[in-house]
Design a protein around this ligand. Structure first.
Ligand SMILES: [Zn+2]
Length: 157
């Protein structure tokens, strides 16, 4: 079973094809808080994400399109107020874009499938990558490893 979001026809954890919706279409299919971060490059208030101090084992997906983004074993407590990871799940899962807004040189991270704004990546993370992916929890969906495993087994493959 693929996880579907009500009202969001592009949400899929298996379909890897690129998603290209207009802003109007995104506005219709995303909850307001997800739309604000993902499409308007908003930032959630620090310390507000349920994932900030979250230690369950599993996978984090893009809340806008279902693209797998991070594994829980690359998550670390950065103390910066947002969920932080040191490595994405795969090279193509994230797009990097220079961001010189607000008077800082930063690298924006976007979902590799739907280009949702996720957050930024900084070079002050822990080994082995030395990177800190500072991600808005609003644009993350989490699935526990056991649930994924169970679903896999139910399919009898
Ligand atoms: Zn996405």
């Amino acid at each position: 079973m693929d996880s579907k979001k009500d009202n969001n026809p592009v949400y899929s954890r298996k379909d890897t094809s690129r998603v290209n919706l207009t802003d109007e279409q995104w506005k219709k299919v995303l909850p307001a808080d997800v739309y604000y971060i993902a499409r308007q490059k908003g930032t959630e208030r620090p310390w507000t994400s349920k994932f900030e101090k979250f230690e369950e084992v599993g996978t984090y997906y893009c809340a806008a399109c279902g693209n797998p983004l991070f594994k829980s074993n690359t998550k670390f407590d950065s103390g910066c107020g947002w969920p932080s990871f040191y490595e994405p799940i795969s090279k193509g899962s994230i797009i990097y874009t220079p961001d010189n807004s607000v008077g800082m040189q930063r690298t924006e991270t976007q979902c590799g499938r739907c280009k949702a704004h996720l957050g930024h990546v900084f070079e002050d993370g822990p080994p082995p990558t030395g990177l800190r992916y500072c991600i808005n929890g609003v644009v993350l969906d989490f699935e526990k490893a056991k649930e994924a495993e169970r679903k896999y087994n139910e399919k009898g493959e």
